[in-house]
Write a protein that binds this ligand. Structure first.
Ligand code: DOR
Ligand code: ZN
Length: 420
């Protein structure tokens, strides 16, 4: 039965089944799908595509001493403006998140400033208190650096094996940054691609597989080539930058396109799309740096690109072109990440989390000037995208017409959380 009072009704939503229905929301979840009900607020969705909002399993929200690059407020505003309502923060902060106290302080920082849902992962280093952080509510472990990257030191194989065994013993999810690094400091995008090659990435994936206990929950972050995707076991993540950008699209010394793993050539980029079905999730690896840092000589510029706001919009434009099915976007940006993390999924059934993003039909071009991240630039400038018109977080209208209406922060603890 529909509830007597609803907080919000999404009217005339076209469901995946092809039926059109009203979605009745109360207390942050879907209560009823069907006919009309009186509500405090209603949104007519008849000219919009209603998607369960995305869970971005891989973001670097910065903040703290890195707040010049991004902070929880701007990073989550950027997320919401791109149809993402839960972000999973990576632990390579300064200092890295290696103790329950640091993890709790990070969660408090997020609670004070985030405008949407968030979770925080535990850092995996030799002296990290992995068990303590799991009990304190860490979502997952890592990204675990199997090679050095920006703000992350690579672990040697023996240490990695030991730490993976500890994570497995707790039933935890290990999320791995698998790369191999060779040669001198690169001065161009092509040299960077060679120094952290696709072949090296696939070898690193196989090496991590060999070190991980059988049956462990493994997740491979940002796989950049078809061979790496094929080498992986467990779940596979791909990023919008490896799917939509190649190094051939940039001047050879443009450090804005410097990211780990590197952008590959055009042939390799297309090869990654050929694995679309095997790719479990798309996550942005939102890793903003200031333009001032990115304009340093290539050798000195940090690796990483912003992307949380443009991820689903780029995919929606690909759907519009007929390149991929809409259902695969819902799976890879919302339902699979929620299932992997063990959080309630957003969706169209009673009991589902009421997080939605409403997309128009019109395709626009990405213009960094209208994005919400603090860094003010995007590697995707000029690409086709469809941005959401409205975003609902936990049943509340949170974002509409380019503006944030209200903040709705919510912490998602991991499955090992002991709420004493
Ligand atoms: O390019 C990257 N930047 N890759 C990473 O693994 C880390 C990230 C960052 O934190 O800047
Ligand atoms: Zn990474």
């Amino acid at each position: 039965m529909p509830p007597v009072t609803a907080d919000l009704v999404l009217k005339n939503v076209l469901l995946p089944t092809g039926r059109s229905a009203d979605i009745v929301i109360a207390g942050g979840v879907v209560r009823h799908v069907g006919g009309a009900v009186r509500a405090d607020e209603a949104i007519d969705c008849s000219s919009l595509t209603c998607l369960p909002a995305a869970v971005d399993m891989h973001v670097h929200m910065r903040g703290g001493v890195q707040a010049e690059k991004e902070d929880w407020r701007t990073g989550t505003e950027s997320a919401v403006a791109g149809g993402v309502t839960v972000v999973v923060d990576q632990p390579n902060t300064i200092p890295p998140l290696t103790t329950p106290d640091l993890l709790c302080a990070r969660i408090r920082e997020a609670e004070a400033h985030a405008v949407c849902g968030f979770a925080v992962n535990a850092g995996v280093t030799t002296d990290a208190d992995l068990e303590g952080m799991r009990n304190a509510g860490a979502m997952a472990f890592g990204e675990i650096f199997a090679a050095p990257s920006s703000y992350g030191e690579g672990l040697d194989p023996e240490t990695l094996e030991r730490l993976l065994a500890r994570i497995h013993a707790m039933g935890g999810l290990a999320t791995v940054h698998a790369e191999e690094v060779a040669g001198p400091a690169p001065a161009t995008l092509a040299e960077h691609d060679r120094a952290r090659s696709g072949a090296g990435e696939a070898r690193a994936v196989r090496a991590v597989r060999a070190l991980a206990p059988g049956g462990m929950r493994l997740h491979f972050c940002h796989m950049s080539t078809a061979a790496s995707v094929e080498a992986a076991r467990g779940t596979v993540e791909a990023t919008p930058h490896h799917l939509f950008l190649s190094r051939d699209m940039f001047a050879e010394d443009d450090a804005r396109a410097r990211v780990n793993p590197p952008l590959r050539d055009e042939v390799t980029r297309r090869g990654l799309w050929s694995c679309w079905e095997r790719i479990d999730i798309v996550a942005s690896d939102h890793a903003p740096h200031t333009l001032r840092e990115k304009e340093l000589p290539f050798e000195d510029a940090p690796s990483g690109v912003p992307g949380v706001e443009t991820m689903v919009p780029l995919l929606m434009a690909a759907v519009r072109r007929g390149d991929i099915p809409l259902a695969s976007v819902i799976e890879k940006t919302s339902w699979r990440p929620a299932a992997i993390l063990g959080i309630r999924r957003a969706g169209f059934l009673p009991g589902d989390r009421a997080d939605f993003a409403l997309y128009p039909d019109a395709v626009t071009r990405i213009d960094a000037g209208s994005l919400h991240a603090k860094c003010g630039w995007s590697p995707f400038e000029g690409l086709d995208a469809i941005f959401p018109e409205e975003v609902v977080v936990r049943g509340r209208r949170t974002y509409a017409g380019g503006e944030l209406l209200e903040a709705h922060p919510a912490w998602y603890p991991g499955q090992g959380y002991l709420s004493l």
